[in-house]
Design a protein around this ligand. Structure first.
Ligand code: GLN
Length: 683
């Protein structure tokens, strides 16, 4: 079995259900990761003792046959959710040392489902920000780095800690809150899935308030299915929150497992094509449109005419609400108190020392727009705009079922960049804020990488309380997101370098590359070292180098096993591609593709097993090691089949060894560089 920390939440739950691991073992494996990645500063408070205690209780429940949906699954909680007996700071000095005597509804629901808390994650102070740089407890580092550039990047915000811990495989899932984009934007920056539910789906009770009419808790995970599982456990009506929707909780996980979007109408809002968006983001968006089309969806252009007013209106509504919500932090009831000569001075001293710059800015803006004389000009106007924005969406959803947009206008930026101008920072949320203003659900799914190898997300926005359709569309996007180039290095008569050069020529913009082949490992490593793969994503390159290096050692053994199983497999491959056993269906498909004159589209849809190889070659190898010959044989059978299909595309199989495979999940290609930074060849 793969390392416990590498498993998705769903697989982890399955492994525990099958008794392959206990909750205590799972907790320990993840706590070890917390130790390894402490430098990311992703946690404000770690709770290892509590985690072990909860895990023990979980094992006991399972022994009694009382396992919940998330039984034994370790989670990290944004430090904005009140947790009984565990410090809750909201990333602010003013709440430092505050230990709530109660538990938020969302976390209560998670613990009821059997989940285990490993700690409270860092965030922008009171969730105000897009970079995690406004936290009193210091910034969080994104586990990703730009290719060839060692500068620290921000994880996005405000739920940056919660995104970073999932991206760095410290936990399979976490909670965040999204007021204007604080789940979706950090998910995009960290290459994971982030889901903001419909306003009212998850209770806000016990969540430190920022802007009450916008705040909404939601999950982070590495796959759409995992995010759905978390949402399912988090949601539900709560009489303690008057805005909580009295609706039953649908089977979100089932929706996420069904990626059939044939006939689904996907709206593309034309107003989101603004100048501030880079060509790269536009290209990613176009790619998303193509994928949805290929999966059977109908694409419709829709108009959301008030989009450009969403951001300015948000920056009136959100500060207005925050200025009243934060009035409660006065040095009397919670956390910090800085004495003064009288009550007023004590308030002033406490608030002056307790709040950071961004929070003070927002409280002042909020107080201003709510003050007599300005209320009508600003606050009321903003509320009117909000109504128009909601109406735009309502009209758009008459023509479509979901909307597809970019999540953020850029990839993650370096700590310190964009810091001097608040307006530039505010623009981060230009694509997420409109849905927030309308209370609609949105999900960010990793969809590609930028020129520096950094992850980029696409957003699906759904109708109110129709997370199910949104999840389905997100699952379809996830399935088809990554163009993965499968390169077989064992091409007779061609050196590994030639093979790679050819592959690069044929497919210059693949997102990830999986190298297969049992005989040219040294060549591959040399090629990688010489940068022949410079169009690859950095994480993939590192993974491949790492696994290839490992494999050099295992090569001999593998070869022996393969021989014992199938003899000279390569010879067989040659015979097959020579034509005798060509599958006529594949051949006609290939011919059609060729006629269309689009070599880039000439991908072969791989079957389940081959996709598994492409998806996680390393895992297959690991299993192969464990289960001796059997799996090695499988691996080779897959390769053979893949190569036959490639051969069917053209007469000369040597020039068609490249195959564009659409992989089911991007996960294998989205490993964090920091996890692999010990690899000798990392640069
Ligand atoms: N970045 C936005 C802001 O600073 C959104 C924050 C959030 O969603 N909590 O207000």
């Amino acid at each position: 079995m793969a390392a416990l920390t590498d498993l998705t939440l769903a697989d982890l739950a399955k492994a525990m259900a099958k008794k392959e691991a206990s909750a205590v073992e799972v907790a320990d494996a993840h706590l070890k990761k917390l130790d390894e990645h402490r430098a990311l500063n992703a946690f404000i408070t770690e709770t290892p003792d509590k985690a072990r205690e909860m895990a023990k209780a979980s094992d006991a429940r399972r022994a009694k046959g009382e396992a919940g949906l998330l039984e034994g699954v370790p989670l990290a909680i944004k430090d904005l959710f009140c947790t009984e007996g565990v410090q809750t700071t909201a990333g602010s000095h003013i709440l430092e040392g505050f230990v709530p005597p109660y538990e938020s509804t969302v976390t209560t629901n998670l613990w009821k489902a059997g989940a285990v808390m490993v700690g409270k994650t860092n965030l922008d102070e009171f969730a105000m920000g897009s970079s995690n740089m406004t936290s009193h407890f210091g910034g969080v580092e994104n586990p990703w780095k730009r290719r060839g550039d060692n500068r620290k990047l921000v994880p996005g915000g405000s739920s940056g800690g919660s995104a970073a811990v999932v991206a760095a495989y410290m936990v399979p899932g976490s909670t965040g809150t999204d007021t204007g984009g604080s789940i979706r934007q950090p998910a995009s920056f960290c290459g994971i899935v982030g889901l903001k539910p419909t306003y009212g789906r998850c209770s806000r009770w016990g969540v430190v308030a920022f802007a009450s009419s916008l705040d909404q808790p939601g999950p982070f995970a590495r796959t759409v299915e995992d995010s759905a599982l978390l949402l399912q456990a988090m949601s539900g009506h709560d009489p303690k929150d008057s805005t909580s929707a009295p609706l039953p909780v649908p089977d979100f996980a089932a929706a996420a497992r069904n990626s059939d979007i044939k006939g689904l109408r996907v709206g593309i809002p034309k107003e989101y094509r603004v100048d501030a968006v880079s060509a790269e983001i536009v290209a990613l968006w176009d790619k998303g449109v193509e994928m949805m089309k290929a999966a059977g969806a109908t694409i419709v252009e829709v108009s959301l005419p008030h989009t450009k007013y969403a951001l300015p209106a948000y920056y009136i509504v959100a500060p207005a609400e925050c200025s009243s919500n934060l009035a409660r932090y006065d040095g009397v009831r919670y956390g910090l108190r800085v004495p003064g000569k009288d009550l007023i001075e004590m308030y002033q001293n406490t608030r002056g020392a307790g709040f950071g710059k961004e929070v003070r800015r927002r409280v002042m803006i909020g107080t201003y727009v709510l003050s007599a004389g300005y209320y009508d000009a600003y606050y009321k106007k903003a509320q009117q705009i909000r109504a128009l924005i909601a109406r735009d969406f309502k009209q758009a959803f008459e023509k479509c079922d979901v909307l597809l947009t970019p999540t953020a206008p850029t990839a993650a930026f370096a700590a310190g960049e964009k810091m001097d101008d608040p307006v530039t920072m505010y623009l981060n949320d230009m694509f997420t804020i409109p849905a927030s203003m309308a209370g609609l659900p949105g999900i960010s799914v990793p969809a590609g990488v930028d020129k520096d190898g950094l992850p980029l997300g696409l957003q699906i926005i759904g109708r109110a309380f129709d997370e199910e359709t949104m999840l389905k569309a997100a699952a379809a996007l996830e399935k088809d997101t990554f163009d993965c180039l499968l390169v077989d290095l064992d091409m007779p008569g061609l050196s590994g370098i030639d093979v790679i050069a050819k592959a690069k020529e044929l497919c210059p913009d693949a997102d990830a590359v999986v190298l297969t082949g049992k005989s040219s490992l040294e060549t591959a490593i040399a090629a990688l070292r010489h940068g022949a793969f410079d169009y690859l994503t950095k994480p993939c390159r590192l993974i491949e180098i790492e696994s290839l290096l490992k494999r050099v050692a295992e090569k001999k053994q593998l070869k022996q096993r393969a021989r014992a199983l199938g003899g000279e497999l390569d010879l067989e491959v040659l015979r097959l591609v020579a034509g005798e056993q060509r599958d006529p269906r594949t051949a006609s498909r290939a011919a059609g593709v060729q006629r269309a004159g689009e070599p880039r589209r000439a991908f072969v849809n791989l079957g389940e097993r081959e996709a598994a190889v492409a998806r996680d070659d390393a895992r297959v190898r690991r299993r192969a090691r464990d289960r001796a010959g059997e799996e090695v044989g499988d691996l080779h059978r897959c390769r053979r089949q893949v190569m036959c299909e490639a051969a069917a595309i053209g007469p000369n199989f040597r020039t068609h060894l490249w195959i564009l495979a659409r992989t089911r999940t991007c996960e294998a290609f989205l490993r964090c560089p920091s996890r692999l930074s010990t690899t000798p060849t990392s640069r």
